[in-house]
Design a protein around this ligand. Structure first.
Ligand code: UD1
Ligand code: UDP
Length: 383
């Protein structure tokens, strides 16, 4: 089928899978335009499989790379080697990667070595600090410097790309596919929230997993959570803990068996969305949750000192408190006790998308294919 664009979609972790699922579904729904091949590196195993199941995605290729407590060099080299073989075998016309993980960066590098174009979904996010977040900022810089197509989620990410992209004509403003995934999941949800609280209790949802928060910052976050439940008898904290051993160690040492702090295993995406809906307030260092929460009108305190997602901060629904005990405790107290401050943050604005990002990505891929076919025709005419 020479007119079909052969698209290889590659992802490896939970957030990539959630945000690429709408793209994989859209590719499959357009078989007259695309031949879709899906490869997972399985940089994550259990967290990835949960998402694949929910969105009914069966990968064509599974590199099964995850090792316990893997380091960055291990993942990078494993993805580079694994993807070399996959690219040689599949011979895609374009490879789609997502965001800022090591799977994303190393897959892009593997494509560069074989001169295969890359389309970067969620391109152009920046903090402009190579160590915050680590190593995600550099993963984005490398990926954007080698990509051919860029799917920018916001106007600000588009502007970042216009300053650095080697192919500015390849930049498309699409919105973030996470909103497509969130709307799809809430629309099809078949479960209730996994947590039932005593009447009158407020739920604070917590997640924390970033590498730069390992060690002392994680301990400070845990101590702040303990203080919050001590100071507010009407609060229950629910923390689905990431399986990274560095996270588990801090959580086990500081939060197990604390009254009104509930440590859960990582939740599947559907019940997690229900839990976000149920929450009064969210404390997180996650990127994706900062994007989802404004759609659900939930205030977010971000357990980081910077963010590559400043749009919701500017709109007032997200606030940076860092991994700092005093700020976490005082800002939480303010939102729990000051109704006006809470209402001001719980606004119904969503700067990250309208649920149609994957449709716009399909349009951009069709335009890319048109361009390829006309270039081929010109070359053939000259020969
Ligand atoms: C990775 C990404 C990070 C992203 C996060 C989302 C990199 C460098 N980091 O960080 O950008 O925000 O995923 O969650 O790409 N583990 C399991 N089961 C799983 C997943 C992880 O046991 O399903 C444990 C393993 O011991 C693994 C460790 O967690 O070695 C770390 O996983 P890794 O992907 O290296 O880092 P994350 O902290 O998950
Ligand atoms: N999430 C989930 N179950 C959980 C915690 C998070 O499904 O127990 C979802 C969350 O809604 C978001 C994504 O996972 O869509 C975020 O993943 P993570 O925080 O691991 O990564 P980040 O976004 O920071 O890269």
């Amino acid at each position: 089928m020479p007119n079909l664009l052969k698209v290889l979609t590659v992802f490896g972790t939970r957030p990539e899978a959630i945000k690429m699922a709408p793209v994989v579904q859209a590719l499959a729904a357009n078989p007259d335009d695309f031949e879709s091949v899906v490869c997972v590196t399985a940089q994550h195993r259990e967290l990835l499989d949960q998402v694949l199941q929910l969105f009914n995605i069966t990968p064509d290729i599974d590199l099964d790379l995850m090792k316990p407590n893997q380091d960055l060099t291990q993942i990078t080299t494993a993805v580079l080697l694994g993807m070399r073989a996959v690219l040689q075998d599949v011979q895609p016309d374009i490879v789609l990667v997502h965001g800022d993980t090591t799977t994303t960066m190393a897959t892009t590098l593997a494509c560069y070595y074989q001169q295969i174009p890359v389309g970067h979904v969620e391109a152009g996010l920046r903090t402009f600090d190579n160590y915050y977040p680590f190593p995600e900022e550099v993963n984005r810089v490398v990926t954007d410097s080698l990509a051919t197509l860029y799917f920018a989620p916001t106007e600000r990410s588009k502007q970042n790309l216009l300053k650095i992209a080697p192919h500015p004509e390849g930049i498309y403003l699409t919105g973030n596919t996470v909103i497509d995934a969130l709307f799809y999941t809430l629309e099809h949800a078949q479960c209730n929230s996994p947590v039932t609280l005593p009447a009158g209790q407020k739920l604070i949802l917590v997640t924390a997993h970033r590498r730069e928060n390992f060690g002392e910052p994680m301990v400070e976050i845990c101590k702040a959570l303990k203080t919050i439940v001590e100071q507010h008898s009407d609060v229950e904290i629910v923390y689905p803990a990431h399986p990274n051993p560095n996270v588990r160690k801090a959580v086990d040492e500081h939060l197990r068996n604390v009254d009104r702090i509930h440590i859960l295993e990582p939740l599947e995406y559907e019940p997690f969305c229900k839990l976000m809906e149920q929450a009064t307030l969210i404390l997180t260092d996650s990127g994706g949750i900062q994007e989802e929460a404004p759609s659900l009108k939930k205030p977010v305190l971000v357990l980081r000192d910077e963010t590559e997602r400043p749009e919701a901060v500017d709109m007032g629904t997200v606030k940076l408190v860092g991994p700092h005990f005093d700020k976490i405790v005082s800002e939480t107290r303010r939102l729990l006790t000051d109704e006006a401050a809470y209402k001001a943050m719980a606004q119904a604005v969503n700067p990250y998308g309208d649920g149609k990002a994957s449709a716009r990505i399909m349009d951009a891929l069709r335009a890319f294919q048109q361009q390829r076919l006309s270039t081929k025709a010109e070359v053939a005419a000259k020969a």
